[in-house]
Each structure stands twice: as C-alpha cells, then as structure tokens.
Design a protein around this ligand. Structure first.
Ligand code: FMN
Length: 220
C-alpha cells in the first residue's frame, strides 16, 4: 500500500472505466464556491506521486493555496506582470485588460490553487549543458506526468481542474507572492474545485495524424 485508504483502493477500475475518465476529463475554468476537503486533496497527491519519474527521483512539488487573500495577492501580482509584458509587446490596452481580468477571475475563483513545481535537488549533476538539459527535461516530463495523474484523479473524484501555464512566464513574481521553497521551480498552476460549467469539447487529431506504426498489424 502506498497511502491510499483500503476503501479508496477497493474500487477496481476497469480498463473501460479508466479510458472513460481520460476521455471525459475537460479543462474547466469556472468553479463553484464549495471547498475541497483535505482528504480528497491528499488522495489526489498520493495518486500524483504514483507517476513514473526518471530514476524514481519524484521531482514534483506542490504548493497548495486555499486562502482567499493569498490567491488574490498572487493573481494581482501575476496580472501586473502580464500587463507590463503585453504593453511591451504593443498589444491593445482593452485586450490586455480583458486577459488580466480573466486570469484574476480564474485564480481567485478557484477554491484550490496548486502551484506545480519541480526540484532538481536530487537530480544527477553533469558538467556539460546537453546532459544537464536532458536531466532538467526529465524532471519536467516527470512532473507533468504526476500532474496528469492529479487531473485525472480530480475528474474521477467529481472535481474539475485546469492547468495554467502563466507561472512559467513569471516565476519571480510567483516566488515573491508565495512562500515558495528556494529549490522549487514553478511550472504551472492547477486550479481545482467543483465545476460551475461543463467546459468545451476540444477536438483531438485523428490517430494517423500522430501515430505511425512501423510494421503491418499482427494477425490475430
Ligand atoms: C502545459 C499546459 C499549459 C496550459 N495552459 C493553459 C492556460 O494557461 N490557460 C488555460 O486556460 N488553459 C491551459 N491549458 C489547458 C489547455 O488549454 C487544454 O488542456 C486544451 O485546450 C485541451 O482541452 P481539454 O483539457 O479540455 O481537453 C494548458 C494545458 C497544458 C497541458
């Protein structure tokens, strides 16, 4: 056992059930005010941690923000950086204002905001840039896999979530706003809660667009 309660692990998920969870999950960006219990959050993180990771170093780290004032301060600081960056890009003021307001609403409107980070504290150290980059990418890949577990687990729990990439663009702002441990590198935010809408169906590419079999199918 890895921390799941007997009750939680007793539900055997069939292949069809698991595929259904993967197919049904949607990014949801608006939430009801209902809080999310710590028991549910712990289950999600324990399942996240069952993801494979390079050398089993488990580089993912999660900072959970539930306090309204902390979410507001984070959203405000991120919005200010977005505003400054977009002004420098020469974007229209009303379009910038809309995006800043939307980002603020998403972060402050989510009962739970999870800062997704990675750490290289336990990563192998190489003298050359190419291998150091590969080691870093393995940590990114492992952290993404863990976070996908979290997103699927959330859906299976009847919750909704959405990954936001913004912290990648303003890691210093996120650090200044939240008490992020020094070795934790911000990768994204996951907003989490009970869905206030159904989201949108985003079409996926057909199989031949992204899979190429190197040989003919085996006779069955
Ligand atoms: C790495 C990553 C970054 C993302 N960043 C954002 C984001 O900043 N804002 C947002 O609304 N959605 C973001 N998304 C969600 C995608 O837009 C969404 O997954 C995609 O459109 C497919 O929709 P679905 O998740 O509902 O199937 C991100 C997803 C990933 C994996």
């Amino acid at each position: 056992m890895t921390g799941l309660s007997v009750a939680a692990s007793a539900a055997i998920v069939s292949a069809a059930g698991l595929h259904r969870i993967m197919h049904e999950r949607r990014s949801i960006r608006r939430y009801r005010a209902d809080p999310v219990g710590r028991d549910v959050l712990d289950r999600l993180f324990l399942s996240a941690a069952m993801a494979p990771s390079a050398h089993n170093r488990q580089p993912w780290r999660y900072l959970v923000v539930e306090d309204a004032a902390e979410k507001q301060a984070l959203a405000r600081a991120m919005g200010e950086r977005l505003d400054a960056d977009r002004r420098r890009d020469g974007d229209a003021a009303d379009a910038i204002a809309r995006d800043v307001a939307r980002s603020y609403a998403r972060i402050t409107g989510a009962p739970v905001v999870i800062l997704v980070c990675l750490t290289l504290e336990e990563a192998d150290v190489y003298p050359d840039g190419a291998r150091a980059q590969a080691e870093f990418l393995m940590a990114v890949q492992s952290t993404a896999m863990a976070t996908q577990n979290l997103l699927l687990g959330a859906h299976a729990e009847g919750l909704a979530a959405c990954w936001m990439c913004a912290p990648l663009f303003c890691a210093d702002v996120v650090r200044a706003s939240l008490d992020v441990p020094a070795h934790w590198q911000p990768q994204g935010l996951v907003t989490l809660g009970v869905a206030a809408d159904q989201g949108r169906d985003r079409p996926r590419k057909p199989l031949p667009a992204f899979v190429r079999y190197m040989s003919e199918p085996h006779a069955t």
